[in-house]
Design a protein around this ligand. Structure first.
Ligand code: SD4
Length: 329
């Protein structure tokens, strides 16, 4: 071996050693519980749109047990999907203007794999179907009837997603039949969740029944890669909530991650992505969009158009709800 080859080989092996050591140093076992834990102060972490302590607590428990971030995200999102009191997600989600509940969801892991369902009816756990699309099919996105057939073939049970409350709310809405996204009112509660596990790996998920009283067949940003959600395990992850049409037009979540790649903090990146929406229509004040983001160091940030948005976070052993800065006062 000549000298140059030897030097580069030994440099590579010490680099490998350094990476291996840093991963090992980051994950040790708690002496009391013997559970694996991270030694980094910023992670493990879970962050989700809106005030969803139960969902984040579930994801926290999964992640603290040493499971990968993708499991935490899926099981955390399942909590809101199954909760009939959340009228923007899963069972008990508000229907479209014809009275049908249709769900959109996607999931993305640390290896850049992605799976999604759009316009899925009669299945509660849309995010879990999205995960099956990712893991069990050669595709990334299934829609409508095909998505439902696939879900049933995977063992998911069909059920009516409309509750008495949402049926009555829809009947009330029919009296005026006025479609108008209302800022921060019941039609915004989509759960977008990002998690970093004890190994520092990132995953994300987003699940929603979409905008209340939408047109039948309408699909929003939440299940679309790069709009409602994007994860790049080298850089960070971002997810969105609010009027999906505005997020789709600016490819919001991908934009936030790319801005972090350019050196912006998560909050600066979210603010700039909101700015891209607002600069094209500075006079419009009648809709809400919010982004949350995390970078590879486990730093988090968020930004919304209007006040009223909050996110829930588990980090450094604490679960909190935080109101980020916004474009308008
Ligand atoms: C959508 N972005 O379908 C979703 C709605 C939402 O809280 O975020 N609701 O456009």
């Amino acid at each position: 071996m000549n000298r140059r080859k030897f030097i580069s080989k030994s440099a590579l092996s010490s680099l490998g050693l350094a990476i291996g050591t840093s991963v090992l140093a980051n994950v040790t076992r708690d002496s009391k519980s013997n559970k694996r834990q991270s030694n980094n102060v910023n992670y493990p972490l879970v962050i989700a749109t809106w005030n969803v302590p139960n969902a984040v607590a579930k994801a926290r428990d999964v992640i603290l047990a040493g499971a990968p971030a993708i499991d935490a995200v899926e099981q955390g999102c399942n909590v809101e999907e199954e909760d009939p009191s959340n009228s923007s997600v899963g069972y008990g989600g508000l229907p479209d203007r014809d009275g049908h509940v249709s769900l959109d969801a996607c999931i993305m892991d640390d290896k850049g794999n992605y799976g999604a369902v759009v316009f899925l009816e009669e299945i509660v756990n849309a995010i879990s179907v999205a995960r099956k699309v990712m893991e069990k099919t050669p595709h990334v996105l299934l829609a409508g009837e095909g998505a439902k057939q696939f879900a049933e073939a995977q063992g998911f049970k069909r059920q009516n997603l409309l509750t008495e409350e949402t049926k009555n709310a829809w009947k009330d809405w029919l009296k005026k039949s006025e479609y108008k996204p209302i800022i921060n009112i019941e039609n915004h509660d989509t759960i977008g969740m990002l998690a970093m596990d004890i190994r520092g790996n990132l995953s994300g998920g987003c699940t929603t029944s979409g905008l209340a009283y939408k047109m039948h067949g309408r699909v929003g940003d939440s299940p679309i890669i790069g709009s409602g959600l994007y994860v790049d395990n080298e850089i960070g992850a971002a997810t969105a909530t609010g009027v999906g049409e505005e997020v789709l037009k600016t490819v919001g979540a991908y934009l936030v991650v790319e801005l972090m790649r350019q050196g912006k903090t998560p909050e600066q990146a979210c603010k700039e992505a909101i700015g891209r929406i607002m600069k094209k229509q500075p006079e419009r004040r009648d809709f809400q969009v919010a982004y949350i983001a995390v970078n590879k160091k486990g730093e988090v940030g968020a930004f919304s158009i209007h006040p009223g948005f909050s996110y829930t976070i588990f980090q450094q052993g604490k679960l909190k709800n935080i109101k980020p800065a916004h474009w308008f006062d």
